[in-house]
Design a protein around this ligand. Structure first.
Ligand SMILES: [Zn+2]
Length: 153
């Protein structure tokens, strides 16, 4: 089940059957997402391999902008936003429907499908993670099968 793939110095690199469940996040600009534009203080990383939307935003010294870089939008799936960092150091303006909340790290926000929302960093540094619980039953099946088949081999 477990095989030695290569030996570097004294370090044995093994490749286990679940290797493909680990993905490298790649840098993809915010502007590639509808209703978003690039902003200097955010670096965005995306997990291309996962069967759902998983974006990680590295925020460095955010400053309130005259124009929001994220416009209110809506999805037909639930979304989760997570603010990670030193306690209180990162602040986002979170719009849920007609209401705006100023939320500091560390916090998680549940955004039900169909609710208008927007998330904009306004102050500080940390990480902002956005996960969409896409209805990807077909993609999930394919994704899960890879691990399953490897287990069988
Ligand atoms: Zn959204």
């Amino acid at each position: 089940m477990e095989q030695v793939v290569e030996k570097q110095n004294d370090l044995i690199i093994t490749r286990k059957c679940y290797q493909n469940l680990i993905s490298r996040n790649v840098k993809i600009p915010l502007s590639s997402v509808p209703f978003h534009k690039d902003i200097a203080f955010i670096e965005r990383f995306f997990c291309n391999e996962f069967p759902m939307h998983l974006a990680i935003h590295k925020v460095t010294n955010a400053k309130c902008m005259p124009d929001d870089y994220t416009q209110p939008h809506v999805h037909d799936v639930h979304e989760i936003n997570i603010l990670v960092g030193n306690e209180g150091e990162l602040e986002y303006a979170i719009q849920l429907g007609e209401e705006i909340f100023y939320v500091q790290s560390n916090a998680s926000i549940w955004i039900p499908a169909g609710l208008y929302h927007a998330s904009n960093a306004i102050r500080g540094s940390g990480y902002f993670i956005a996960i969409r619980l896409d209805d990807t039953s077909l993609k999930l099946k394919t994704f899960a099968n890879v691990g399953y088949q490897n287990l069988r081999n």
